[in-house]
Design a protein around this ligand. Structure first.
Ligand SMILES: Cc1cc2nc3c(=O)[nH]c(=O)nc-3n(C[C@H](O)[C@H](O)[C@H](O)COP(=O)(O)OP(=O)(O)OC[C@H]3O[C@@H](n4cnc5c(N)ncnc54)[C@H](O)[C@@H]3O)c2cc1C
Ligand SMILES: NC(=O)c1ccc[n+]([C@@H]2O[C@H](COP(=O)([O-])OP(=O)(O)OC[C@H]3O[C@@H](n4cnc5c(N)ncnc54)[C@H](O)[C@@H]3O)[C@@H](O)[C@H]2O)c1
Ligand code: SF4
Ligand code: FES
Length: 803
């Protein structure tokens, strides 16, 4: 059957996404032709803000490469504008005298920036901020001139202002209302935003009406209606957008503010559709990608003649893309009669949260300073959830637990692309995905504003556990191009002392970092400077923050330490009592020879630790887990050494040590190796009068047999050699690299050669002892600190005797 001719006018974000949807549904049905006024393939307009802010480059914001058009047999006419639509003949004409017939036509001409019709607005140095050309124009200007004025304190104006500041310009933002982003925020949040941005160096002129742009050929200043005048070498107008409807209107397609469409994005002319910012649906025009992508989905079904529910409108949510500022709003932003609200205001920490409730249902939210709840609130508004659904779980993230672990599957992770947690987890598991880029390619999550990248990354980590991102070792993470070695060198050379400082000084792409670099930097800083460094608990993975492993059902596990796998009746009695009292669901003997109490409620953790009064077994830690031992010479007839005694000594020495990844050890008293030293990070095997030390073994997914590092005569030598090996591993390996991968990467010969140098051996031992000297038992530490108890284990029953 001959293919139908599908023509798209507008090679932008909404139009091309709709074409992607069509290709997914009916790849063979259409012969597709695309016209775009801009001379590029479809690019991520959203990221122009990041280009201006210096966080990415124009070359890196392409969404669909030239090759993509070719591979999908799409005929693209870049730099060509459609000038006429003959709706009766079903034909379009272009500014290059081309004419093309269509069976179906999509109009996706986007918006045009609104330019204030001020006298002087045509002078050089006056620009909008809408496309690559505007962005390049501003960047060129910043090379030559010093003073910029941005008119409009909305999302676009503030993102532009931040970019111009980054480019070294002095920036005034002129705003007509009495507070910033008045369309997206309430006054409290708007004022908090203003003071945060003032601290970043922006200057604001509020309630100002511009009257004239002054200068000869080029702009020199901006005059206001009240007579005041300010200097300007560059004026950026960011005062809103207007749907680009001129082509449709002149071609006789009914328009209002936008091109009028029904729930299937059909205009009032047969076979002509409109999607994106140019379309008006139920009297609404949208200026954010999330609704435009939802429209594209529904329209594609109709175009492919498939059953769909139709587009019913969208609840909007916005997030400002300025680093160091977390602000989010969704749905309704201001109370009216009958609206109730929940408000949290912490002036000290700069946090403000407001959730609006109408008839018991959440209808809107404004968040400043802590926006982690944003997507959850959006999901709850979308499903018209009762407020209790929010309040019952409110505080989960604030308490430092793993937000993604506790999210229900239907919760949206990527607002722009409407991708839920369930979809991402399913794709990770079924397609074997292991990086954010792969998740993006497969589900579209993080493909637009990128604001959800860290959540996607956390979800990967949560789903894959220890397998997460083992492969990507070149740069620490997507926030930087620096490798671990470079970062460590810079920390040493520049004397950097905390994670934010590292990110700032070393030019991280995101000021906040991500779930990959934050724990890594926290580790490197602590490793380099154990005595002075204050561990940043918030940078650690959830299990390490809480000193307990979160389980599938949201409960936790408690594993007290049992040195060398040895216990006694007193400890067993305490464990039994605690298990009864707190209705522990399961007591399990672990592979590391200790007891795991599973199914514990988070708020019971401190009380249980207190009643057990045993050290933490660090079963959650990137650090020493266990030293497994065989029964040894005292009881076994083959035993030649005191394996239990040595195992206990080793465990007592290294307990609580932070390492790049978990470390497991064992001691066997003869080569029968009952404690399985061949699959341990360090496996000690006793012989008659000596010991063999094996390293780099792994019994997990990446099975690896340990290799012989050295033979020594005494227990002291075993301990010192283990210390030197572990310290070298701590200093040289990448964060999250197991000894097995590290030994494989650097080679055993290299490790042997380093440890064979006497001075180095002593120095490594010295640095190890320094690191060990500052360690505290984390359970005890938590019990002794009310702030930790309050911050991490909200609603905890504070154990008696703790202060
Ligand atoms: C700097 C900036 C930052 C933004 N940040 C965000 C954000 O963080 N989150 C968010 O959700 N949204 C953001 N947006 C808005 C988002 O980019 C738009 O909503 C989205 O690009 C609209 O898509 P569209 O396809 O409708 O229009 P566009 O992307 O504008 O595409 C329309 C295309 O059609 C072309 N065209 C017009 N007329 C014709 C014609 N007659 N013939 C041929 N081609 C034609 C235009 O040249 C244009 O390339 C931002 C916008 C800007 C400018
Ligand atoms: N992070 C994001 O989601 C993001 C970022 C940039 C742009 N965008 C989108 O791009 C589009 C354009 O953004 P925008 O900020 O221009 O639109 P906007 O309508 O959101 O904001 C324009 C602002 O300009 C102010 N204004 C209007 N006339 C003025 C005047 N004469 N003088 C001073 N101020 C005046 C308004 O009060 C308003 O706050 C919007 O659809 C927006 O949603 C989104
Ligand atoms: S390793 Fe040797 S000494 Fe230890 S329990 Fe096994 S057989 Fe006995
Ligand atoms: S939230 Fe914007 S890309 Fe995911």
């Amino acid at each position: 059957m001959a293919k139908q001719k599908l023509v798209l006018i507008g090679n932008g974000m909404a139009g091309i996404r709709a074409i992607e949807e069509v290709l997914k549904l009916s790849p063979e049905k259409f012969e597709i032709t695309v016209f775009g006024s801009e001379p590029y393939p479809n690019y991520n307009r959203i990221e122009l803000s990041k280009v201006l802010q210096g966080d990415t480059k124009i070359d890196d914001i392409t969404l669909n490469s030239w090759q993509w058009y070719e591979e999908n047999d799409i005929l693209l006419y870049p730099g060509e504008t459609v000038t006429v639509i003959d709706k009766d003949r079903q034909r379009i004409y272009t500014d290059k005298d081309r004419q093309v017939d269509f069976d179906k036509l999509i109009i996706a001409t986007g918006s045009v920036p609104f330019m204030l019709p001020l006298p002087g607005a045509d002078k050089d140095g006056v620009t909008a901020f809408r496309d690559i050309k505007d962005c390049e124009n501003m960047m060129d200007c910043a090379n030559q001139y010093k003073k910029a004025v941005v008119i409009g304190g909305g999302l676009l104006g503030l993102e532009a202002a931040r970019g111009l500041l980054n480019l070294g310009m002095k920036v005034d933002v002129v705003h007509i209302a009495d507070y910033l982003m008045e369309r997206q925020l309430d006054k409290t949040a708007g004022k908090m935003l203003q003071s945060e941005l003032e601290e970043q160096g922006m200057n604001f002129l509020l309630e100002k009406q511009s009257a004239e742009i002054t200068g000869q050929d080029r702009v020199e200043g901006l005059k206001f209606k009240d007579g005041e005048e300010i200097e300007a070498d560059l004026v950026v107008m960011a005062v809103g957008i207007r749907p680009n409807i001129s082509l449709a209107k002149e071609s006789g397609i009914p328009v209002n503010r936008g091109i009028i469409v029904n729930d299937y994005l059909e205009t009032q002319v047969p076979n002509i559709f409109a999607v994106g910012e140019c379309a008006e649906h139920r009297e609404m025009v949208y200026g954010l990608v999330a609704p435009l992508y939802q429209q594209g989905k529904e329209m594609a079904l109709k175009i492919c003649e498939l059953e769909g529910e139709g587009y019913e409108g969208s609840v909007l949510s916005t997030q400002l893309k300025v680093s160091g500022v977390d602000v989010f709003s969704t749905g309704k932003i201001n109370e009216d009669e009958g609206t109730k609200s929940i408000k949290v205001f912490d002036d000290w920490k700069g946090i403000y949260k407001k959730v609006l409730i109408d008839d018991g249902k959440i209808t809107g939210a404004v968040l400043f300073g802590d926006t982690k709840d944003g997507n959850r609130l959006l999901s709850l508004i979308n499903k018209e959830a009762p407020i209790e659904e929010y309040t019952d779980t409110d505080g989960a993230d604030a308490a430092g637990t793993n937000l993604v672990a506790e999210m229900p599957d239907e919760e949206i992770i990527c607002g722009c692309n409407g991708v839920t947690k369930g979809t991402i987890v399913e794709s990770i598991n079924s397609q074997g995905l292991s990086t954010v880029e792969q998740v993006k390619g497969c589900t579209n999550a993080s493909r637009s504003c990128g604001g959800c990248k860290s959540l996607v990354s956390e979800l990967l980590e949560h789903t894959l556990g220890d397998e997460f991102d083992q492969n990507h070792k070149e740069s620490i993470c997507a926030c930087t191009t620096l490798s671990k070695e470079e970062v460590v060198e810079e920390i040493k050379a520049k004397g950097l002392t905390h994670t934010k400082e590292v990110m700032n000084v070393l030019g991280w792409e995101s000021e906040e970092g991500c779930s990959k670099c934050k724990p890594a930097l926290n580790y490197y800083l602590g490793m380099l400077n154990p005595k002075e460094y204050q561990d940043e608990k918030q940078s650690r993975f959830v299990n390490e923050r809480l000193h307990a492993n979160i389980q599938k059902d949201g409960t936790y596990s408690v594993v007290p330490r049992m040195y060398g796998g040895v216990t006694n009746s007193n400890d067993l009695r305490k464990i039994a009592d605690v298990a009864d009292k707190y209705e522990v669901k399961l007591i399990k003997v672990t592979g590391g020879q200790r007891l795991d109490l599973l199914g514990v409620q988070k708020e019971d953790l401190p009380q249980i630790w207190s009643e057990l009064d045993m050290p933490s077994g660090s079963a959650y830690a990137k650090g020493l887990r266990t030293v497994k031992t065989c029964v040894g010479a005292d009881f076994c007839r083959f035993g030649t050494q005191d394996s239990i005694g040595l195992g206990v000594r080793l465990e007592k020495k290294f307990e609580g040590l932070n390492t790049p990844h978990k470390v497991k050890m064992s001691v066997s008293a003869c080569p029968r190796n009952c404690a399985e030293g061949s699959v341990k990070d360090i496996g000690v095997v006793g012989l008659d009068g000596e010991f063999e030390i094996y390293v780099g073994g792994n019994g997990g997914t990446h099975m690896r047999k340990a290799e012989l590092l050295s033979k020594v005569k005494t227990e002291e030598e075993v301990i010192d050699t283990s210390a030197a090996f572990l310290q070298y591993y701590r200093e040289d390996a990448n964060y999250l690299e197991r000894t097995s991968a590290w030994v494989e990467r650097v080679g055993l010969d290299q490790i042997k050669s380093v440890l064979s140098d006497k001075k180095t051996f002593i120095d490594l031992n010295h640095r190890m002892n320094e690191a060990l000297s500052v360690l505290k038992d984390p359970w005890k530490e938590a019990l002794e600190d009310q702030n930790i108890l309050k911050d991490l284990y909200q609603n905890v029953k504070v154990p008696s005797g703790s202060h």
